[in-house]
Ligand binder design. Sequence first.
Ligand SMILES: *Cc1c(COP(=O)(O)O)cnc(C)c1O
Length: 373
Amino acid sequence: MRFKDLKQQYQLLKADMDKAILDAVASGAYIMGPQVKDLEKELAAYVGTRHCISCASGTDALTLALKAWGVGKGDAVFVPDFTFFSTAEAVSLEGATPVFVDVDSATFNIDPADLEKKIRQTLRRGELAPKVIIAVDLFGLPADYPAIRKIAGQYGLLILEDGAQGFGGAINGKRSCSFGDISTTSFFPGKPLGCYGDGGACFTDNDEWAALMDSYRMHGKGSSKYDNVRIGMNSRLDTIQAAILQVKLSAFDGELAAINNVAAEYTARLADIVETPVVPDGYLSSWAQYTVRLDGRAERDGLQAYLEEQGIPSMVYYPTPMHCQTAYRNQSIPEADCPVTCQLCDIVLSLPIHPYISLGEIDRVCNAIKNFV
Ligand SMILES: *Cc1c(COP(=O)(O)O)cnc(C)c1O
């Protein structure tokens, strides 16, 4: 059994995929070929924003957004404590300070009440200027943007949606990667929309920020590539990856429906046995992960070992709160108190999920969990 099955997806898309890749290779336009612009138009139309600026990774996408806003030394950026390292790494790389915020134990996403608490704390201390809230759509579920937007308005902060795991999700029909003032995603192979290498994108309705991100991704270009008006990056999406993503995007809605069926089958079988993922009313998840909660560290670790014995892969996303990562220990960042995150890191377990998993495989996973628990 596979945790994700990208090989099976390739076999299903093989005819279109092989043609798209070979066309890109034959064209000779390996950097910023026409597929890149076409894909950006398709992605912007899909999520419902004016602009899509593709780039080399989801991490770079976060960096480009922070650069466009001029975020740097002395600025506080509010980041969930329960996320992948990149979310905070991009902040630190720009010289700004991540302020870690606890998450909601049911949705795994940034807790609006703790967010407001951390903003007030930061203002009271007076050492850092609050600038940006990064909300992560963890495991495919959009964060609580109605509540986050209210807080952002109240304190004059910008929202950066880290939709690296969120592409395809929605709240009342409005799609993920359209909730931030700038939103970002990742095309790392295992993400909901993945390519065959690294890639990422930024989304915004703001013309000025879009132009800035377009400049920053190409060495701070001005009127041409050899007119450099600011210090930028080399962060472009390869033509070949854009061509791959065009094929994947055409199959995406079918996969999104299929993976939601898989999640529903899991929940129907597991809801009485473990804590299953919560999807609030009106929300749609793209199920980057299907993550259950166990009773404690011993039960979680025991179950993972038992599943491994049965040949069933599982993963712990994430074992360590951000504020406990070695890179963030001993730094003069404000003391983080995120008890929910600390608990989640001990009790979460992500199960195999992808659009092509069979009912038989789902039964095998669920029966093994029943046997153990
Ligand atoms: C994967 C991921 C990123 C980084 O994306 P890359 O394309 O790997 O750089 C950022 N944030 C979150 C939440 C992620 O899961």
